[in-house]
Write a protein of this length. Sequence first.
Length: 115
Amino acid sequence: LRLVESGGALVQPGGSLSLSCTAPGFTLDDYDMAWFRQAPGKEREAVSCISSSGAITNYAGSVKGRFTISRDNAKNTVYLEMNSLKPEDTAVYYCKAYGRTWDAWGQGTQVTVSS
């Protein structure tokens, strides 16, 4: 299983970005998924998670109301829509898949919020 994130970029404060996570050659339908982030000098933290059906979502307090996680199982893709971005959102963003007996991580995509 190889998770591939995309969509990271340099954006100004107050701006928006949409991240995507897919798994070429592997079906994500049956798995809960999550987005994490890691800022320089800080530990990796959970940002948001979504159930396999997409019916249940959760968010870290720092992003609630600004970020939206979603998935399109027909496209085998999980998204993280990020609005009202702040400099403190700057980090490498990773997606994670939760298997029954394993976890899998992507390589990360850099999000930088700066003027």
